[in-house]
Ligand binder design. Structure first.
Ligand code: SAM
Length: 307
């Protein structure tokens, strides 16, 4: 079954955050998600950083200007802020908690100035893709994103101009996005990202969503997908009892035990890495496990030292 069919019904049990995804300013997004301890970009950060370090070594630092990341479902540039400026989610929650939502020009002027004063990884370019055009505009205008694509690849083809922007990327990342996007989006991306060396795909996926259809699309293009067995990465607290019940049922429906979710009252994600077959051979998964040890909000084997 394509993932689009099963994801739609699973999504029905989740709180609808659509109202905060496409604002002129990132404040409402952060202020709302802080209340549910949204934390997956923080949990993902050591893994993304570790992968970038590995890719840097393999690809001699990357092309001109360093490595290029395509962040799928980039929103306002959250993962870009974590990776380019080394922010934590706590830093970002603190920064965006300074008042009401501002008009776009005012938000950009203030936030561009703020990010411009931070130490930036000059060897990293982050291109964002999100259907939320205003969020992408904010990300580009503030400098968090080096470029962006506002598109919904579930419903529309990727334009040639946008395909040019994502060309040559080394790593495709996502947090909190699979479930909104399905194998349809990945089919389009992988067909356009065929320059050598090809990118790796690093996706954090809520346990209630099946990843098989996406892995199959990538396998057809010569990729090997492996799941990091053991660690579960905290995404956010359930917003209400309905979410908790629906998530528990959805997780059980696919044959998994929702004990961790129910015990901690949170959604948890798993990590999937897809690499071209030859590169997967030379990449032991233990490397991922050691980076997961550094992550915050991890349950299971890799998280035992960081409850
Ligand atoms: C939970 S947010 C995650 C944002 C960010 N990655 C983070 O972790 O903070 C989900 C994002 O997926 C985006 N999204 C939803 N449907 C999409 C689609 N069909 N194509 C691209 N992005 C989509 C939303 O606009 C939103 O920015």
């Amino acid at each position: 079954m394509p993932s689009s069919a099963s994801f739609a019904s699973t999504n029905e049990g989740k709180q609808d955050f659509a109202g905060i995804y496409n604002r002129p300013d990132a404040r409402t997004y952060f202020q709302t998600l802080k209340r549910v301890d949204y934390a997956i970009p923080e949990a993902a950060k050591p893994i993304f950083k570790g992968l970038l370090g590995d890719l840097r070594a393999r690809r001699n630092g990357g092309g001109d200007g360093g490595l290029k990341v395509l962040d799928l479902g980039c929103s306002y540039g959250v993962n870009a802020a974590m990776l380019k400026y080394d922010f934590t989610m706590e830093d970002l929650y603190g920064y965006y908690d300074r008042g009401m939502e501002r008009p776009f020009d005012e938000a950009v002027q203030q936030d561009r100035h703020y990010f411009g004063r931070q130490d930036e990884d000059q060897e990293l370019n982050v291109i964002g893709l999100d259907e939320a055009d205003r969020a992408v505009d904010y990300g580009i205008a503030t400098g968090l994103l080096d470029d962006g694509v506002a598109a919904n690849l579930e419903t529309s083809p990727l334009g040639n101009g946008d395909a040019e922007k994502i060309k040559g990327c080394d790593l495709v990342t996502s947090t909190g996005c699979v479930g909104y996007v399905t194998d349809r989006t990945f089919r389009q991306l992988v067909s356009r990202l065929n320059d050598r060396p090809r990118p790796w795909f690093a996706n954090f996926v809520l346990r209630m969503f099946r990843y098989e259809a996406i892995a199959e699309v990538l396998a057809d293009a010569g990729y090997v997908t492996r799941k990091l067995e053991g660690p579960l990465f905290a995404q956010r607290r359930f917003a209400n009892i309905e979410e908790r019940t629906a998530a528990s049922e959805a997780i059980q429906q696919i044959g998994l035990d929702p004990e961790t979710e129910l015990m901690n009252d949170r959604y948890y994600a798993e990590f999937f890495l897809s690499q071209p077959a030859d590169e997967a051979d030379s990449f032991p998964l233990e490397r991922l496990a050691s980076w997961a040890h550094e992550a915050k909000g991890v349950e299971g084997p890799a998280g035992q030292q960081h409850p």
